[in-house]
Ligand binder design. Structure first.
Ligand code: PLP
Length: 412
């Protein structure tokens, strides 16, 4: 008997670990109050536990013209022109750029990653992912019928360039083309960011590799505006001025984090290439995907960004407001990392961003520690080879002493 659902959709099932764990954590907080720690959710909250929203963002949004800027159709599948210009000005702010670029609006960073997957590999081909990473990459690989190869993220405290090189070279030998994902800066879930030297080596290698076939690097920059380096963090993009025409970089940008406007579902793919033709192809194919999947993305999100970013005074207000929270995140991470070192809690190298990840070896150790933490009313998320702790959603008060309690779970 043929199934009603398509063969390729028979096994599809999203197991939402985060929301299931978050529900258990919220119940525990309701029952046990302050003793329970909810480190599950990847959203930024203030010291009182409230979701962070920026005044500059929502006062602008609530003043948009309902008929013209919210309710009416957007005129283009590619995205509103001003939005695409302003977001490129923003992501390339402070860098000397000589490459070609263009952008296509997408529903969130999720849409940017999904559309890129769809348009740069064919079904049956292999994609290179970090061995620890944002889970939807694997879901999208399945959706697009890719096989997955994984590079080890770390060699001790550093980015594991050797593992990346080895895996990418193997794929190039096999399929004559490589697409790899790098989530940087502020990698989810470890909070690692590559140094400029690491970027130099990575870009150098990918340029060399592109002599053998096309190379596409999907650089997921969802958390870029929470880097402790501020605008300086973009400096590595200048390396792309020297890319070969066979090496395309696509940035996945999202207003979910930049404006903490998760619900507005607005993002973009930004192509960077030294070839005009490659960029034109990028727009042509991704605009087509947009038309076939979501037509155009919510107009309000696009209008919101372009209104704020086109007026320096408003943009500065936003930057200042957000900077207060970047500092808060830094204080939280300083407390956690400092105490973790003192307690000898094993964790992956952290530089900046919303999360830290505890290091576990093997599924059974991970399960044991995860359960022990739960018994101590500490709710976290299991990731490949580790346990994610969302410091973005914990107040400094909750973080103090947490590393030592976690260490007990490792030792018991
Ligand atoms: N990339 C990473 C690593 C993320 O963690 C997220 C969201 O959590 C996204 C991309 C995309 O988010 P959104 O679709 O909300 O823009």
């Amino acid at each position: 008997m043929r199934s009603i659902i398509a063969e390729r959709s028979r096994e599809k099932r999203v197991e939402d670990k985060v929301f299931t764990a978050a529900k258990a954590a919220m119940d525990a907080v309701a029952e046990h109050g302050d003793r329970a720690v909810n480190a599950t959710l990847g959203v930024l909250v203030d010291e009182e536990g409230k979701l962070v929203t920026f005044d500059e963002v929502w006062s602008t949004y609530l003043n948009l013209d309902v008929a013209k800027e919210l309710a009416s159709y957007s005129a283009s599948f590619k995205g509103e022109g001003e939005y695409l210009d302003e977001l490129q000005r923003w992501v390339f702010r402070g860098i000397d750029r000589r490459f070609q670029s263009d952008a296509v609006a997408t529903p969130g960073g999720t849409g940017a990653v999904g559309s890129t997957f769809k348009n740069y590999l064919d079904p049956g081909e292999e994609i290179l992912l970090p061995h620890i990473g944002w889970e939807p990459y694997w879901i999208m690989a399945t959706e697009n019928e890719f096989t997955v190869s994984e590079y080890k993220l770390f060699d001790g405290e550093k980015f594991n360039l050797e593992s990346f090189k080895e895996k990418a070279s193997k794929i190039m030998e096999k399929q004559g083309k490589v697409m790899a994902v790098i989530n940087d800066p502020c990698h989810n879930p470890t909070g690692y960011s590559l140094t400029i030297e690491e970027w130099q080596k990575l870009a150098g290698f990918l340029n060399e590799l592109s002599a053998k076939g096309p190379v596409i690097l999907l650089n997921d920059i969802a958390y870029i505006d929470f880097s402790y380096k501020g605008i300086e963090t973009r400096k590595y993009m200048e390396l792309f001025n020297n890319n070969t025409e066979n090496f395309l970089v696509i940035l996945a940008f999202s207003i979910s984090k930049t404006l903490t406007a998760y619900g507005l579902r607005t993002g973009a793919q930004v192509a960077i290439s030294t070839s005009k033709e490659v960029v034109e192809d990028f727009v042509r194919a991704n605009e087509f995907t947009a038309r076939s999947m979501w037509s155009n993305v919510p107009k309000g999100g696009m209008k919101l960004l372009s209104k704020i970013f086109s007026q320096e005074e408003h943009l500065n207000k936003l930057i200042e407001e957000r900077q207060g929270y970047v500092e808060l995140l830094r204080e939280r991470s300083d407390i956690f990392v400092g105490e973790a070192i003192e307690a000898g809690l094993p964790m992956y190298p952290y530089r900046d961003g919303f999360f830290v990840t505890l290091k576990t070896s093997g599924a059974s150790e991970q399960e044991r520690i995860y359960k022990k933490l739960k018994e101590k009313l500490i709710f976290t998320i299991k990731v490949n080879d580790g346990i994610r702790v969302a410091i973005c959603s914990l107040s400094k008060r909750k973080i103090r002493g947490l590393a030592a309690r976690m260490k007990e779970a490792f030792d018991e």
